[in-house]
Design a protein around this ligand. Structure first.
Ligand code: CTP
Length: 409
């Protein structure tokens, strides 16, 4: 797909790698991409606005207040104009400002006021990059939805070697090309997804039930992440206090059976993500009235098996979604057990979820998971916010869907 007339707002920060922005501008111009540029005060120490303007043939924005025209630069319209915003180099200091939402100059104000996708291209010394403070900001910014290009490993301007080197203009260009290719594909596809979330309740009588600790948070975040990627998403949720975006169609259910019925009604879909902690069993008999205490110290409760929703989806001959994703809630032998589950349940990806720790997994805002594919390939995501984990999973699903789609067509 051609990138002709796409609009990119390039923010040039202060760092030795800022000079590479000139090569990037050349590359973008060669591909007939429209560019607007902002250069920060420290960026001007490395690259002059005149060289930028010479290449872009347009104005280089510098300050929020323009001394020449005595007017305020419209930080809103600069962001609204762009299809994508790229910041290079994103220094440790710049990342700190963004992570605390500082709006102290034109660049930071535009980014804070932006409603567009933003890619940051970090460049800094390896120690600075690996410093806990920078890594913390990196996580925060990813959670806010910023995307990152690099950094790469290599020899740095300071002579040290390691991670922190800025991606090359070619690599940044490939990212941009890929970004628009994906957007274009998505526009024509109208993908649909269904997500199951939360616990189910299996009632013994009108007021007592069997359930579990699931809060549904991870499922709601996955639905939000899929929606953010432009996928029409339906969320089938067991009892939970979470709130979904207004774009997402939410269907509330109580029992595993209700959840299955609703899933059946929702087919066909392209993607199914089963995050729900569905009760494996339900009481064989649900008493119409409250069960009375028995004189015996021990009572027997007969349970019957619930149907497996994930299995139903992945073995569905008529309406099998193109991608079926399961979660494996495990407290021991996490990877081993998850690998067994992906085979038994015929899904395309399984998210191995360690639910043994109190500060992550069930009922927490945090999670630590591994995404496992059918060939046993593992992508581990260290402990992070469920929203971050959800974005990573959603992107992985979309990439897989687009690759499979390309191979079929
Ligand atoms: N699942 C489902 N329907 C069920 C039970 C489970 O859709 N009746 C799905 C879950 O949503 C999850 C996956 O199956 O995506 C694995 O669930 P999990 O509770 O980890 O495993 P179980 O299959 O219930 O097996 P076990 O409890 O023995 O680990």
């Amino acid at each position: 797909m051609t990138l002709k007339n796409k609009k990119i707002l390039l923010i040039i920060g202060g760092g030795i790698s800022a000079y590479k922005s000139l090569d990037l501008i050349r590359l973008l111009k060669k591909n007939e991409i429209n560019i607007k540029t902002i250069i920060t005060k420290s960026g001007r120490e490395f690259v002059t606005p005149l060289s930028v303007t010479t290449l872009t043939k347009g104005r280089t924005y510098e300050d929020i207040f323009d001394t020449k025209t005595e007017a305020e630069i419209d930080h809103i319209s600069l962001s609204r104009w762009a299809d994508l915003i790229v910041v290079l180099p994103a220094t440790a200091n710049f990342m700190t400002k963004l992570s605390i939402g500082k709006a102290e100059d034109l660049a930071t104000t535009v980014l804070l006021a932006s409603n567009k996708d933003i890619a940051l291209v970090p460049a800094m010394n390896v120690r600075m990059w690996l410093h806990k403070a920078t890594q913390k900001n990196f996580k925060i910014l990813q959670d806010y939805g910023y995307d990152f290009i690099g950094p790469e490993k290599g020899e740095m301007a300071c002579g040290e070697y390691g991670e922190g080197k800025m991606s090359s203009p070619r690599q940044i260009y490939s990212y941009i090309k890929n970004y628009f290719d994906k957007k274009n594909l998505m526009k024509n596809k109208n993908f649909k997804a269904l997500v199951t979330a939360g616990p189910t309740r299996e009632y013994l009588d009108p007021i007592r039930y069997i359930s579990n600790e699931s809060s549904g948070k991870q499922g709601y975040e996955i639905a939000k992440a899929l929606d953010k990627l432009g996928i029409k998403t339906k969320l089938i949720s067991g009892p939970s206090n979470n709130v979904a975006n207004k774009n997402i169609k939410v269907k509330s259910v109580i029992s595993a059976k209700d959840m299955m019925d609703e899933v059946k009604k929702s087919l066909p879909v392209d993607i199914a993500v089963c995050t729900a902690a569905v009760a494996d069993y339900r009481p064989l008999i649900k008493s119409k009235n409250k069960l009375k205490k028995s004189s015996s110290n021990i009572i027997n409760l007969k349970l019957e098996k619930n149907s497996d929703i994930l299995e139903f989806l992945s073995k569905n001959n008529k309406f099998r979604p193109k991608i079926v994703v399961g979660f494996a809630a495990e407290t021991e032998n996490i990877i081993h057990n998850s690998k067994i589950k992906i085979k038994e349940k015929y899904c395309d990806l399984i998210i191995a979820n360690d639910v043994s720790k109190k500060n992550r997994g069930f009922n927490s805002d945090y999670n630590k998971v591994s995404i496992i594919d059918k060939n046993g390939k593992i992508h581990s995501i260290p402990k992070n916010k469920k929203s971050f984990i959800a974005n990573t999973i959603a992107k992985k699903i979309l990439d897989k869907l687009l690759v499979d789609d390309k191979n079929i067509n």
